[in-house]
Design a protein around this ligand. Structure first.
Ligand code: SF4
Length: 316
């Protein structure tokens, strides 16, 4: 079938702690995530810090090995098992765009060299052509090629990092909070460039963000994550207009039942608290204004409530 990334029951556990007291803390960064990203799709992954979204992105490009579960990258007819393949095999097809354009590119390099570096071993004519195309795609003037990276603005640097990612013609790019460090006025431009790259080159994207409105702008579908689990997944328009999970509803301030007694509780969801992971039941129950007895005991599974719209919640 027509996919670029498929993950099956993915688990990534980190063990920290102190064996001196016989106590080890296991952090479940990802806890049973199953997800498919379609060809040419922009999949928004939304969640606060600790939701596992960055770990998920890293696993899909082979930068993090899963504790359990599989990741497949499909290129043409070939299915590559990302967690078993060599990084060199995968890196032909995947790229990452980082949050901070100041630390992800060496500031004293020439812009030209930043773009030429991933193209070494190619013919000069091809290098020039690709650099020109990439600069045009990200809307950077050709004259900047002779400049040093430190002479660029933050917005220009992020454009350059997108150019550097697309220049090798990858099939799939993980963009991890690509607009977080930028002024509001620049966020839209960067998102538009990502969308243009999809249109022009057919690249699939995972767009990781803690801001639902950012995901909404260009994502085809949105996955909402909470404490290492997917709590909701659907077409962007459905998730935004008809959010099903109480956590998603809290994120976009759209609780359908405006019961005044709940208002304060909803505010609590928005305040950054030390998130407690319950031992059993629904992961969200300690923060959920709708929690019922069952929620504390049994874990809800992701299920399709409307066509292509999934939620993990006992309310449905
Ligand atoms: Fe809230 Fe229960 Fe739904 Fe979890 S399962 S989100 S606790 S209502």
């Amino acid at each position: 079938d027509d996919y670029i990334i498929k993950v099956n029951n993915l688990k990534v556990y980190f063990t920290k702690g102190n064996s001196l007291f016989g106590k080890k803390n296991v952090t479940k960064a990802l806890d049973g995530v199953t997800l498919t990203i379609k060809n040419r799709e922009i999949m928004g992954i939304v969640g606060e810090s600790g939701s596992g979204k960055t770990t998920l992105g890293r696993v899909t490009i082979g930068l993090q090995k899963p504790t359990e579960g599989d990741v497949y990258l499909k290129v043409g007819q070939e299915e590559i098992n990302v967690s078993k393949a060599k990084l060199k095999t995968i890196s032909k097809y995947v790229q990452m765009i980082y949050q901070d354009p100041y630390s992800s590119i060496d500031p004293i390099m020439r812009v030209y060299d930043v773009l030429a570096m991933p193209l070494k071993y190619r013919k000069e004519r091809e290098i020039e052509k690709r650099i020109e195309d990439a600069m045009r795609l990200v809307d950077l003037p050709i004259e900047l090629l002779e400049n040093r990276v430190y002479q660029l603005s933050g917005g220009q640097r992020q454009r350059l990092s997108i150019a550097r990612a697309v220049i090798v013609d990858p099939k799939y790019i993980v963009a991890d909070e690509p607009t977080t460090m930028l002024d509001a006025s620049l966020k839209g431009e960067i998102l538009k460039i990502i969308k243009d790259a999809r249109e022009a080159k057919g690249i699939s994207f995972m767009l990781i963000t803690h801001e639902l409105p950012i995901a909404k702008i260009i994502s085809d579908r949105i996955t909402v994550m909470y404490l290492g689990k997917i709590v909701e997944l659907g077409k962007s328009s459905d998730v935004i207009k008809k959010p099903l999970h109480p956590y998603t509803q809290g994120l976009i301030d759209a609780y359908p039942r405006i019961d005044p007694s709940l208002k304060d509780k909803l505010k609590e969801i928005k305040i950054k608290v030390d998130v407690i992971r319950p031992n059993k039941g629904c992961v969200f129950h300690p923060r959920c204004p709708f929690a019922m007895a069952k929620c504390k005991e049994e874990e809800p599974q992701l299920k399709e409530v409307y066509q292509d719209h999934y939620v993990a919640c006992w309310l449905y």
